[in-house]
Design a protein around this ligand. Structure first.
Ligand code: ATP
Ligand code: MG
Length: 414
């Protein structure tokens, strides 16, 4: 029955995967705090305008990928496809521009109607960071350094390259756009129909095309650098110098553009070859025009987002789970007292799995299956002496201990 399948492009996070995803977001949060970025959470849905206005009417996200519906009140609502627009909306609606600079970290689900494949889902999860109110290149350097530090802390840097580009200021970007339009118009007939569309509306996006024919034409396209004015060049030079000063290695990719309209100056992507076609692991850039475009005060911004699923795949095994203590009561009298005992141990901070029913053998089997560190067996014998048997499930050693000492003995396994 189709309705009992998960929706295409969605994925259940069962405990092992959930643990890995949690490790990624917790690591991100901890490192972000060290850089002074505090967690913020915006709603997972917004008025559709929040995205339509900021992502640009011509972006892939807006034209093809948004989950948009009309709610019972008649409002057009969209499940957020990315995190920056919501943060910018929060800045405006919450009047936060008094408190600049703002430094936010976020983690949560995003939704895009795309063709699902490995590392590409319709509900996926991102961690991200946004720095609002800093116009200087030091802001770009800091957010990139934060991204690099998180990748380091996750121990995935080995497979990853930082690709860097600049789109320049508004003027340079416009000049480059003109140069591109001239070039692509000369090669119009060779372009895919998608890219011919982009040529009218957002020619920079053609650089991003994955179509083979487009890619060939793109390889001969003019370079950003030829359109950059002095201000744009200086800005980029400072970003590069900052990264060099921090020994963050990077590679220039003069074809790197970000998929969204509001980017200027720095664009960057941490990429990998370890995930097949999905190369981008952590990506971002500067978006000085965004807040103003949404109707707020002119506010510079720079930030990035990273896919938790893609990071999780790189992280490998992730952290080990907490190993519980398995409590195994044998007989009615024991069952009665272990209920209270178990609760007491749990409240004292010990992770305890209670073997509800079944024969000793089955319960021991479950204790092993859940990776219990030790089993506590309480039968009639034990009860008579107000004691319990602790079996170390790694060494097989077994001791009888007074019930009064049980907690402190179990704490030794933590
Ligand atoms: P791509 O080129 O892979 O489509 P993008 O440019 O659309 O990426 P961004 O909007 O920059 O991606 O999102 C930042 C990060 O979020 C990506 O680098 C990637 O790690 C992750 N991401 C984006 N879309 C998906 C998806 N559909 N499924 C899983 N992760 C995703
Ligand atoms: Mg995409």
């Amino acid at each position: 029955m189709a309705s009992l399948q998960p929706v295409r492009g969605t994925h259940d996070l069962l405990p092992e995967e959930a643990r890995r995803a949690r490790h990624v977001s917790d690591t991100g949060r901890i490192i972000a705090e060290r850089y002074g970025y505090e967690e913020a959470a915006t709603p997972i849905f917004e008025f559709s305008d929040v995205f339509a206005r900021t992502l640009g009417e011509t972006s892939d996200i807006v034209t093809k990928e948004m989950y948009t519906f009309t709610d019972k009140g008649g409002d057009s609502i969209t499940l957020r496809p990315e995190g920056t627009a919501g943060i910018a909306r929060a800045l405006i609606s919450g009047g936060l521009s008094q408190n600049l600079p703002l430094k936010f970290f976020y983690a949560g689900p995003m939704f895009r109607y795309e063709r699902p494949q490995k590392g590409r889902l319709r509900q996926f999860h991102q961690i991200g960071a946004e720095l609002l109110g800093v116009a200087d290149p030091i802001g770009d350097v800091e957010v990139i350094a934060l991204g690099a530090a998180i990748l380091d802390a996750l121990d995935v840097q080995g497979n990853i390259t930082l690709e860097l580009n600049t789109l320049g200021n508004t003027q340079s970007r416009a000049d480059y756009r003109d140069a591109l339009v001239t070039y692509f118009n000369d090669h119009r007939s060779g372009l895919s129909s998608d890219s011919r569309d982009r040529l009218e509306r957002n020619p920079l996006r053609i650089l991003d095309s994955k179509n083979e024919g487009d890619r060939q034409i793109v390889s001969g396209a003019p370079e950003f650098d030829d359109s950059l004015d002095t201000e744009s060049r200086d800005f980029f030079a400072e970003v590069c110098a900052g990264l060099d000063a921090l020994s963050i290695s990077w590679m220039r990719n003069s074809r790197l553009v970000r998929g969204l309209d509001y980017y200027c100056h720095t664009a960057f992507e941490f990429t990998t070859n370890a995930l097949g076609a999905q190369r981008a692991v952590l990506a971002g850039g500067r978006y000085d025009g965004l807040v103003e475009q949404m109707g707020g005060p002119s506010t510079p911004g720079v930030g990035w987002a990273s896919g938790i699923e893609r990071l999780s795949m790189l992280v490998g095994d992730g952290p080990a789970k907490t190993r519980p203590i398995a409590i195994i009561p044998l007989g009615d009298a024991a069952e009665e007292i272990v209920l209270i005992l178990t609760n007491r141990l749990r409240r004292a901070g010990i992770s305890v799995d209670l073997g509800y029913r079944g024969k000793m053998k089955q319960r021991m089997k479950r204790a092993n299956n859940i990776g219990a560190r030790a089993a506590v067996i309480i039968g009639e014998d034990e009860l008579e002496q107000s004691s319990a048997t602790i079996r170390d499930l790694d060494s097989g050693e077994q001791h009888r201990v007074p019930l009064d000492d049980l907690q402190s003995r179990l704490e030794q396994f933590l």
